[in-house]
Write a protein that binds this ligand. Sequence first.
Ligand SMILES: Cc1cc2nc3c(=O)[nH]c(=O)nc-3n(C[C@H](O)[C@H](O)[C@H](O)COP(=O)(O)O)c2cc1C
Length: 234
Amino acid sequence: MTFSELAKHRQSVRSYQDRPVEADKVRAIVESVRVAPSASNSQPWTLIIVDDPPLKDKVARATFSSTISFNQFSLGAPVIAVLTIEKPRVITQIGGWIKTREFPLIDIGIAAEHFCLQAADLGLGTCMVGWFDEKAIKELLSIPRSTRIALLITLGYAAEGYPLRPKVRKDTVAMSRYNTYRQSHPDVFGRKEYTQGLSQTCRTCRRGNGVAPHADAGRGALQKESFPFLVGRN
Ligand SMILES: Cc1cc2nc3c(=O)[nH]c(=O)nc-3n(C[C@H](O)[C@H](O)[C@H](O)COP(=O)(O)O)c2cc1C
């Protein structure tokens, strides 16, 4: 799988086969999390793999209740990973304080995605779970009271016939920009190199891909043509 295929292939899996995950696959996932980047290389996480069935069930039960039951699927996952937030290096703490940035949360998001992408590459399904009873899980796993749990990730083989869903996402024009925060006219995206494989409709002029001026615009012409849209309408 190429990286773009992998990125499209990874999805939240909420139904699993009753089949254990091989130890070497779990090790490969742990290794991919281990090498994830982090601010000042602080690596402010601990990854706890919960694969003991009775314990894993107890952790799963701490992700839902009778009133809020959307995470009930986690009971079916043979493995649940727990990512705790550890103190980053002092330099990162100071940097985060000066710049008012939560670097460890950014770091953990990256580590979690390494987990999920590696799992997908190995034919496994995952789902990040941010809704859980933190206190209950800390007690179950002997996590100190002062340590926060950032995220849980369910892991296992997706149920037979589990469909690969189309991604529900903002379109390229809505979520990205070139050279300014202000929204560009999609002619900027109309050039072949940006639009191959994408399907999008211009929100301003309602033209889709493949319309000649979009596909053929050169950079100079493009800037000129986009100008009124950049200045006037956004
Ligand atoms: C930080 C975070 C927390 C999430 N928490 C939950 C959760 O508690 N339960 C759940 O079913 N999905 C959860 N998700 C999964 C998202 O709903 C899912 O990633 C999103 O809808 C996109 O769908 P996809 O993962 O299939 O591409 C979470 C995802 C993230 C990144």
